[in-house]
Design a protein around this ligand. Structure first.
Ligand code: ADP
Ligand code: ASP
Ligand code: MG
Length: 426
């Protein structure tokens, strides 16, 4: 007997037919006496639809009321799944965020889990009831509804798994695991049997949206065993207990898999892209101590994340251009903040560009192998793709390029690092 948390994403929950398939997968997992809690997303497209309503109602919407609106999508699917489970003879009930309660910090639209009371859930599961929990939502210390940022149901699932001491957290989605890159872009992407927490954290943070970044960080911290797998499977497909998907594992577990010959160690594990950043160039900034602090202090105070930064070589007259990226959704705010401080910073012009993409290659193999970045630059140059900025970390190299070249760049790099799946035998 095991205790399992299962999470189903938006595509898996899109409509009553699909919810019925999900209910069948849940019933199978519960059969044999397993204790099961299920975390669900809103139906695919629903969160976008609700966000649009907020924008139409009030362009400068209050994030607390935004959360009230967008959290409703998950309430609907949680109730529907409980009803569907009941209809096939499985005792089930829904547990909304405030009913658990799942406490988060007050930060609306991007709340973080603070604590979950797992007692009610554990008691229900021990009675043989399936607990259905809407993902994405929680409640703040002031009893207001909060949501946890796009893709937040993954984090809800991992947090619930930690709170109830689950043996495993299975993230069911519309692909059958974590791939070397987005399989919707590169047909030759390969499914990974396992990936380390560290690499998955980095991949998620640079755009591989298969798991929300925070969910991976939380799983790593709380030691939650996470599997990514598909909910779109036939009745006779392998059980989740046989690990048909991708396991997120510790470095030690990965080393053991490599030693047993079950995984190959590559210098690069995966490639991700992100089209959600925008570039800002400030021209003719005075080239003296303190200039850069004047630019980035106000952005930091406004919680605007700056990612890539380049300060060009100072030209004559002690002036320099400073280029950096911010999330596209913060571009207007960042621009307004900088305009307000034009005198203090002393720049000449602000130039912005949203048509950029960040392409990143990730792999723990980089720690001990030189030349990964050089291969990236050479491969992109050979295809005439211009690099506008570069950043690196211990296990990642990212470049900024023109957005129109995203797909080409990802494919070229996937081939360059030997990640392409072999051609299917005819
Ligand atoms: P869900 O609604 O189930 O949460 P998401 O759309 O959030 O699903 O995440 C699944 C999607 O992530 C896949 O359909 C795929 O296009 C995308 N994706 C991006 N990078 C990867 C990757 N490296 N491996 C698998 N899927 C990826
Ligand atoms: N429905 C929310 C979103 O689309 C949360 C989730 O699906 O994980 O971002
Ligand atoms: Mg998701």
């Amino acid at each position: 007997m095991a205790r399992i948390v299962m999470k189903f994403g938006g595509t898996s929950m899109a409509g009553t037919e699909r919810i019925r398939r999900v209910a069948n997968i849940v019933r199978k997992q519960a059969a044999g006496g397993n204790q099961v809690a299920v975390v669900v997303s809103a139906m695919a497209g629903e969160t976008d639809r609700l966000i649009n309503f907020c924008r139409e109602a009030n362009a400068l919407y209050d994030p607390a009321e935004y959360d009230v609106v967008v959290a409703s999508g998950e309430q609907v699917t949680a109730g529907l799944l409980a009803l569907t489970l009941q209809s096939i003879g499985c005792p089930a009930r829904s547990w909304l965020g405030w009913q658990l309660p799942l406490r988060t910090i007050e930060s609306h639209a991007s709340a973080r889990v603070e604590s979950i009371d797992g007692e009610g859930l554990i008691a229900a599961m021990e009675r043989g009831e399936i607990a259905v929990i809407p993902g994405f939502q929680g409640v703040s210390e002031h009893n207001r509804i909060t949501t946890m940022g796009r893709g937040g149901s993954d984090t809800s699932a991992v947090a619930v798994a930690a709170a109830v001491g689950a043996d495993r957290c299975d993230i069911y989605t519309d692909v059958d695991g974590v791939y070397t890159t987005d399989p919707r872009i590169v047909a030759k992407a390969r499914k990974l049997r396992a990936v380390t927490y560290e690499e998955m954290l980095e991949l998620a943070s640079v755009g591989a949206k298969v798991l929300q970044t925070r969910s991976v960080g939380l799983a790593m911290k709380e030691n939650v065993r996470v599997q990514v797998l598909s909910s779109f499977v036939d009745d006779d497909a392998a059980s989740a207990d046989d690990y048909p998907g991708t396991m997120i594992v510790s470095e030690e577990e990965m080393n053991a898999l490599v030693e047993k010959g079950e995984m190959e160690r590559q210098h690069v594990t995966g490639i991700a892209h992100d089209k959600n950043e925008a570039k800002i160039i400030l021209t003719r900034v005075p080239d003296r101590p303190g200039s850069v602090a004047h630019i980035f202090d106000p952005l930091a105070k406004a919680s605007i994340n700056v990612d890539m930064i380049i300060q060009n070589v100072g030209r004559d007259k002690g002036e320099t251009d400073v280029t950096f990226t911010v999330p596209q959704s913060d571009l207007a705010r960042a621009q307004a903040l900088l305009e307000d401080r034009r005198g203090e910073i002393g720049f000449n012009r602000i130039i912005t560009d949203s048509k950029i993409a960040k392409i990143s290659v990730v792999g723990v193999g980089m720690k001990s192998h030189a030349g990964v970045a050089a291969t990236m630059f050479r491969s992109l140059a050979d295809r005439g793709i211009n690099i506008q900025a570069i950043t690196t970390s211990e296990i990642k190299v990212s470049v900024m390029i023109d957005e129109d070249e995203t797909e080409l760049a990802v494919r070229v790099l996937h081939t360059a690092y030997g990640l392409d799946a072999p051609d299917e035998a005819a």
